[in-house]
Design a binder for this molecule. Structure first.
Ligand code: PMP
Ligand code: GLU
Length: 402
């Protein structure tokens, strides 16, 4: 019998060892403070501030009216999978068959399925840092070991072939690549991918998971290139992860997908069939309309992000003690505040700095430590220009008057 006061809700060691998603915690905190009447400008959330384009919403409404309200195929409707196959051909020049595609509840679930389908206890996954907050904890939830590989600011926060070579060992099972990167906004060139590919050729056990979710929010030189464009010879062990959340302002619809070898996709289908059954039928109809319909909305949003980047980059660099590197995509700036932190007695690190800015300036950001890069803050510019001006003005004032 339970003694009084003892909790029945003992959680598993697996869950006990992971953190809550810092990006989500920060976004929720900002929402709570706003709801309580506090004057908060949120630069924490990593989601487009635009509404989902009308023609996509209309497709969802039409799907509801047409009775598309039942379970679908576990791995996605034939219509959406065909639209994804077409997208990969037309935009990326890559050929996939429908059985090589799985649609999930967001790219996040595609990634999670992958970890569960692939990893055994103690398998290592190389996660280059700075990394998106969820990668290491997803690996742990799947019983694997994240092997964090720090990329230096001097090399634009990108790992080099030599660094990769030095970190692969006999337990390495996967490498995660994310370009444009959340949180740095940095992009791997085709040549850089090729150099990493040369190393990976020598390590046939390593699967490459390439998270391309920010593909369309890109303004670097030349066309966007994914890993498979640079290293087609590694197609048998490369998985592309993508989705409609960022490019089409569809975060709440929860549709992402993965393209890769059919046997791995089949294993993921098993995981998905036993966990969420299938993605939402209505959202899948909307996603098919997004991928197959007019693409000018994507370009309009891309240009808006680019303009905001120009402003944010210059405005942050104008603040004493702040150094903001250049970015080529996504909608995050990842400035270092280390000089400012070093000057302050009562702010010891980026976590305390983020708390201080929330308190003193009413601006929410995400501490760099959550991404494996202390001393930085992640500033999302998926917010209107007037919000950005207000927020950066407040940060500047807080710092200059301290
Ligand atoms: N990868 C990265 C790098 C992201 O920033 C996000 C955003 N949450 C995702 C994957 C997942 O996106 P979603 O689940 O909304 O498709
Ligand atoms: N990817 C976004 C971010 O990093 C959304 C939140 C999340 O899923 O982490 O803020």
């Amino acid at each position: 019998m339970l003694r009084q006061g003892k909790s029945v809700s003992r959680i598993s060691q697996k869950v006990d060892q992971i953190k809550s998603s810092a990006t989500i915690v920060v976004s929720m905190k900002a929402m709570e403070l706003k709801a309580a009447g506090k004057d908060i400008v949120s630069l924490g959330a990593g989601e487009p501030d635009f509404d989902t384009p009308d023609h996509i919403c209309e497709a969802a409404i039409a799907a509801i009216r047409a009775g598309q309200t039942r379970y679908t195929q576990v791995d996605g409707t034939p219509e959406l999978k065909a639209a994804i196959v077409r997208k990969l051909k037309q935009e990326n020049g890559l050929t996939f068959k429908p059985e090589q595609i799985i649609v999930s509840n967001g790219a996040k679930q595609s990634l999670y399925n992958l970890m569960v389908a692939l990893l055994n206890r103690d398998d290592e996954v190389i996660v280059p840092a700075p990394y998106w907050v969820s990668y290491p904890d997803m690996v742990k939830l799947a019983d694997g070991q994240p092997a964090i590989l720090a990329a230096s600011a001097e090399n634009d926060f990108k790992i080099t072939a030599r660094e990769l070579q030095n970190s692969v060992n006999e337990n390495t099972r996967m490498l995660i690549l994310n370009s444009p990167s959340n949180p740095t906004g940095k992009v791997y060139s085709e040549q850089e991918y090729r150099e990493l590919g040369d190393v990976l050729q020598e390590h046939p056990k390593v699967i490459i998971a390439c998270d391309d979710i920010y593909e369309h929010i890109y303004w670097g030189d030349g066309p966007y290139r994914t890993f498979l464009n640079a290293c087609p010879g590694l197609a048998k062990r490369t998985l592309l992860i993508n989705g409609v959340s960022k490019a089409y302002a569809m975060t709440g619809w929860r549709i992402g997908y993965l393209a890769g070898p059919a046997d791995l996709v089949a294993a993921m289908r098993k995981v998905q069939g036993q966990s969420t059954s299938c993605p939402s039928s209505v959202s899948q109809a909307a996603a098919a309309a997004a991928l197959s319909g007019p693409q000018d909305c994507v370009e309009t949003m891309r240009q808006a992000f680019r303009q905001r980047y120009d402003y944010v980059h210059a405005a942050l660099n104008a603040i004493p003690g702040v150094v903001c590197p250049e970015c080529e995509g996504a909608f995050y700036a990842f400035p270092s505040f280390q000089d400012f932190i070093d000057r302050m007695d009562d702010i010891r690190d980026d976590v305390e700095l983020a708390a201080w800015l929330l308190e003193k300036a009413g601006v929410s950001t995400v501490p760099g430590s959550a991404f494996g890069a202390p001393g930085h803050l992640r500033i999302s510019y998926a917010a209107g220009m007037e919000h950005l001006q207000e927020a950066i003005g407040r940060i500047r004032k807080a710092i200059e008057t301290t």
